[in-house]
Design a protein around this ligand. Sequence first.
Ligand code: FAD
Ligand code: UDP
Length: 373
Amino acid sequence: MNYDYLIVGAGLYGAVFAREAKARGKRCLVIDKRNHIAGNVYTAKVEGIHVHQYGAHIFHTNDTAVWNYVQQFAVFNRYTNSPVANYKGELFSLPFNMYTFNKMWGVITPQEAAAKIEEQRKAANITEPRSLEEQAISLVGTDIYEKLIKGYTQKQWGRECKDLPAFIIKRLPVRLTFDNNYFNALYQGIPNGGYTRMVERMLEGIDVKLSTDYFANRAYWNGIAERVIFTGPIDAYFDYKLGHLEYRSVRFETELLDMPNYQGNAVVNYTDAETSWTRIIEHKWFAFGKADDGSDLPKTVISREYSSEWKPGEEPYYPVNDERNSQLYQRYCELAKGETNVRFGGRLGEYKYYDMDQVIAAALSAAAAELKA
Ligand code: FAD
Ligand code: UDP
């Protein structure tokens, strides 16, 4: 055995676990089938702009321990996410707050906004919201549901809002204040120099092999390490023998434009059902339009995101945590108990809609459990 740990996946979970194991004197090898580290938080530099190759990633957390932990690897800027919603050319502030309510209904005070929401909730006759649709209407009323939630959510998840779990929409704050901060988080920002640099620092001094698929030679990889940390899809690990878990995939269409400012904001959501993309990201605004050396950038890079049902051969991005998939996942967990040398972790390994801070917290606690001796 050459290594104590083989870590499959160089994303945040794998990198944090490897870093912690190394710090406790363990020999680690990290492999990834992609040709780069950092998993879905990977950023590539194009014309001085850090492009979020797998979708916009804004670091936000209420967990002081996780925030302090990441400061070792990067200096974070003061970026605060404030997406704009574009509904057929009408622009609204997100998340749902007094600016949104004012634009939607002309209301001026929090009391007027609350009364309007209450009126629409009553009219819809929802007592205990069971689906995303009912949850959304009871949180913000029917008008906002129709213009800012329904089309976007159906594009994003490829399912009707009435067939989706309520928790998905609870991720978004609803505020009776003039606060456009998308997240209820104590800490927020983007690492200066990009996420790839941050993960590079986590992996300093650790053996990493890229363009290496664990499944191409499982027996070999299992033979070189005492234990395996697997951060790929749990159903793929078991060769889908209980059936496929469902995922949403995303296609990114990225363009370099010869203009300094395309849309004036990092994130613009297209919330109608007809526009085929869900959102457009303009990457330079994650760093206030500046290059690493503080200079202005003459060009810009934008990405349109198109959401689709995952099919074999594509990248699985979002677990679909509905009833059917949650039950199937539990059955995979039963199988996983038989794999005594393997720990499953991360967004795909645990089939959880984890944010970055949650993945880091999960990897830290897995490392503490594995390495307690
Ligand atoms: P991943 O980053 O997916 O890493 C897993 C790695 O395993 C991958 O690199 C993969 O190539 C590798 N792998 C899989 N199978 C194999 C195999 N057989 N052999 C070798 N390697 C393999 N979180 C936030 O906090 N803020 C945000 O704004 C945010 N925005 C997001 C936007 C999008 C579009 C998406 C999809 C996610 C977003 N997230 C966001 C969530 C964030 O991306 C995840 O929480 C985090 O990246 C998960 O890290 P991970 O290590 O679990 O998984
Ligand atoms: N959502 C919406 N309209 C928006 C933005 C979000 O209806 O303009 C809903 C949608 O269902 C989405 C959920 O809120 O899946 C959570 O949004 P978030 O931005 O947190 O999703 P993510 O960043 O994970 O793509």
